[in-house]
Design a protein around this ligand. Structure first.
Ligand code: DHB
Ligand code: FE
Length: 277
């Protein structure tokens, strides 16, 4: 049976892709962020995941306003990136793990989650940058991308994303393969890119949210999506991914490492690594 070795949450700011392409990791602006990965790289070398399940939100590359699934899962042999207009070089395709994709689809749809299944799926910066930051030298584990809509309202509630994560966690643990699986969430923490509150950041809320992930993981599910937007900004609501990933671990988790740095571009950039207890 497969084992979940841990969960990671990380921000996915496009300018980090430029920093990687231009080798600016030690530049004073980016250093506090990239240095946060040193401990996580060591931990990944110890935990040796074969497969990574990635909760991320597509920003208009694969899904647009004409057809927007609330929850979508990739079931492809590989996932291609394409130009999104951020000026980040496009990357080689990422290997998929369709065996686990179809197992999750079977189990999770049986538990009444209506997933959109995608046998072709372009992945945007929310997928590619965290993969590059976590495995800068490669090779990357085989991936199962799961996209949660944070673009076209109404969005799924925090409680629903948590419940999806629980179902995905159970599905992974019942996969009949001797695989080590990492769960990754990308997005957040607080940020707002446009409108009157552009630049909005809420450090106290972010820190409370990070604290909650160890032993009070349902804490954020008390908030409606609109309340989360109020507390974290229009794009801060991407923290829904972190709730789904955290829920795969069960009730308690141990924090291996965290980093929190303001700002990267407009974002309060967060990184956390958690182990199941
Ligand atoms: C930024 C943050 C994001 O989460 C994103 O998807 C795009 C841009 C930013 O802060 O620049
Ligand atoms: Fe984003």
């Amino acid at each position: 049976m497969a084992t979940i070795v841990g969960a990671i949450g990380t921000s996915h700011v496009p300018v980090l892709g430029k920093a990687i392409a231009q080798k600016l990791q030690q530049d004073p602006y980016f250093k506090p962020w990239f240095d946060g990965f040193t401990r996580v790289h060591e931990w990944l070398a110890e935990t040796r995941p074969d497969v990574v399940v990635v909760f991320y939100n597509d920003h208009g590359l694969n899904f647009f306003l004409d057809a927007m699934p609330t929850f979508a899962i990739g079931a492809a042999e590989q996932y291609r990136n394409a130009d999104e207009g951020w000026g980040i070089p496009t990357l080689d395709p990422f290997p998929g793990e369709p065996g686990l994709s179809w197992h999750i689809i079977d189990e999770v749809i049986r538990r009444d989650f209506d997933l959109c299944t995608c046998q072709e799926m372009l992945v945007d910066h929310a997928f590619t940058l965290p993969m590059k930051m976590l495995w800068p030298e490669g090779p990357v584990p085989r991936a199962v991308p799961i996209a949660i809509n944070t673009v076209q309202y109404p969005l799924p509630s925090a409680a629903r994303c948590y419940a999806l994560g629980q179902a995905v966690g159970d599905a992974v643990r019942s996969w009949d393969e001797d695989a080590r699986v990492l769960v990754l969430a990308t997005g957040g923490l607080s940020h707002q890119l446009d409108g009157e509150r552009a630049g909005f950041i809420n450090k106290p809320f972010d820190l409370k949210f990070l604290d909650s992930l160890t032993d009070d993981p349902r804490w954020a599910t008390r908030y409606s999506v609109e309340e989360l937007v109020e507390h974290t900004g229009t794009q801060g609501v991407e923290l829904l991914m972190w709730l789904a990933a955290r829920a795969t671990l069960g009730d308690t988790a141990h924090e291996v490492h965290r980093n929190y740095h303001i700002p990267i571009s407009n974002t309060a950039a967060g990184l956390i690594a958690l182990e199941p207890v």
